[in-house]
Every structure is written in C-alpha cells, then in structure tokens.
Design a protein around this ligand. Structure first.
Ligand code: GDP
Ligand code: ZN
Length: 283
C-alpha cells in the first residue's frame, strides 16, 4: 500500500517517514542508496508499507521539492532561522553575511535570531541588518526571553535553525517546545554532552497544534562555501543593495570598480560599510 509522507529523519541508512500521523521506518529503494544527498529531511516522498503493524516500508519515490539546502541538508523549507549569539561564541558578521547570501540564492526567506541576549546586547552589531530590512529577533533561551515573538515568526512554516555551533540552537528548540524533550529524549542527552553533538537532522512539530509549524533541528555549521554563486548574481543577494542597483550606470555593474555605481555611492549612508566589505570579500 502506497502512502504519501515526509522524511522526518534519516539515521544510518534508515529513514523515518511521517505519513497520516504515523511514523514508518523505511529502507530506501536501491537506486537511492548511493545518492544519500537526494534523501533530504522534509522531502515529500511516497513509500510502500511492507508491514503496517511494525510500521515499516520501502521508500520508492521522491516528489519534486521547492528548494533544498546542502548544509544543513533539508528540503522544502519556508524559513531559515540563522542563529547567532551576542557572545560565546563571538558574533562573526562575515559568517552571517555568507549564510544570508547562500539562503537568498536558494530563494528561501530568512529570519535572523540573535540569542544569548541575556549576556549582552550589542545593538550596533545588528543595526546594519535591521536597517537592511532583514527580520531579526533577540532571544535568550536561558531566560526564556523573546520566545513568543520567535514562535509568532515561525508559525505556519517549516523552519530550520542554522548557525555556528554553541550559539544555542538546541536550547532554543527545547525552550520553544518543552514537550519535545520528553517525546524524544535525544535533545536532553545532546545538551548534556555539550558542543558538536548534533549528529543528524530531524523535523519536529512545534506543538500539537499544526498551526504552530514545524522545525528542523540541524547540525551547526562553522564555515560556508559561497563560490558556486555567479559573480553577477551576488549583489542581488544583499537585500539593501537592490533598490540602488537599478540606478547604476551599467546594467551589469558589479558595484566594485565601475563608474557611477549607485550602490557604492550609498556605502556609509544606506549601506553599512561592513556589509559592503563582506560583499567585496565574497566577490
Ligand atoms: P547549539 O550548538 O547551537 O545547539 O547550542 P546549544 O543549545 O548546545 O548551547 C550551547 C551552550 O550555550 C550551552 O551551554 C547552553 O546552555 C548555552 N546557551 C544556550 N542558549 C543560551 C542563552 O540564551 N543564554 C546563555 N547565557 N547561554 C545559553
Ligand atoms: Zn553598481
């Protein structure tokens, strides 16, 4: 019997598929076995149930996806929540800019979450992002601050937390959905072991109410490769460049050494120098 569902986790070659509210453990058909990157979390799939009582099946079809990320490896994402910390680890603007660009290149909406706001809030680090038009929320997983705002921004979407190790992604997920810990037991174990322990991705409903949306717990990343993005696309991936780029003298302006560049003219005004510096570095 065929069933339509989504991949909620994949561990050691076995995939858990959520279909009609039931979790089936499935082996992928041979053709997918050496192409594990095609079996992404949140991918929509069709399985054939081999044993309804044991809840097992064979995964035989992957439906077309609307988008995908490689790091973390997830499909059909509505929003990437790029999480950074005010401190511990120190805020790294270049890393945030690279991730913003990669997510924009995939055409996925982004939310910046600045966690550990209980330690310090260095507003000037984040003003360039707010001014540029990126949605941004300050949170403290430790002190449960900003969580209702975060929850509101996640509602009705399939969300992915991403960001460097140690910024508090797992803590935020736990704080958002305390029941999760009881349901899986994995997060508490993971938190107990500290850093670098998120080994696989999994998708969770944020609560029993489906309107609250879904959330993927992902392995953190510490570096990103933006070299696959064509140079002439890069400028369009910086939100605040967009409105000025159309006023550059040359339609193919790279906003670097060209004459009469409307983007460069705004550096120090509407465009923050650090953001332009990031752009030039990536270019
Ligand atoms: P992840 O690697 O991004 O999943 O980060 P974790 O959730 O494992 O958190 C890393 C460390 O930061 C842990 O020791 C947490 O207790 C701590 N932490 C998480 N959120 C906060 C926060 O809002 N404030 C403070 N002060 N510490 C936090
Ligand atoms: Zn220009």
């Amino acid at each position: 019997m065929d069933k339509h569902g989504i991949i909620i986790k994949g561990v050691g070659g076995a995939y858990t598929i959520l279909a009609d509210g039931i979790r089936y453990v499935c082996n992928p058909r041979g053709v997918f076995r050496n192409r594990s990157n095609t079996l992404l979390i949140a991918a929509a799939v069709i399985i054939s149930v081999t044993d309804a009582d044991k809840q097992t099946g064979t995964l035989h079809t992957i439906k077309p996806r609307k988008n995908e990320l490689r790091r973390p490896p997830v499909a059909n994402i509505d929003q990437v929540i790029i999480t950074v910390a005010t401190a511990q680890p120190d805020f790294n603007a270049g890393l945030l800019d690279r991730f913003l660009v990669l997510v924009a290149y995939e055409d996925i909406p982004v939310l910046i979450c600045v966690n550990k706001s209980d330690i310090t809030v260095c507003g000037s680090s984040f003003a360039p992002y707010i001014n540029a038009g990126y949605p941004l929320v300050y949170t403290s997983a430790a002190e449960s601050n900003g969580l209702s705002e975060l929850r509101r921004l996640m509602a009705g979407k399939t969300n992915v937390f991403a960001g460097p190790s140690g910024v508090g992604k797992s803590s935020l997920i736990n704080a958002l959905a305390p029941k999760l810990e009881l349901a899986t037991g994995e997060l508490s174990v993971k938190l107990g072991r500290g850093k670098h322990t998120t080994r696989h991705s999994e998708i969770f409903p944020l609560s029993d109410d489906p309107r609250d949306g879904l959330c993927v717990d992902t392995p953190g990343f510490t570096s990103l490769d933006a070299t696959t993005i064509p140079k002439n696309k890069l400028g369009s991936l910086f939100l605040e460049f967009e409105q000025f780029a159309s006023q550059c003298r040359f339609a193919n302006c790279l906003h670097h050494h060209e004459r009469d560049c409307a983007v460069k003219a705004q550096v120090g005004n509407e465009i923050h120098p650090l953001r332009y510096e990031s752009y030039v570095k990536m270019l």
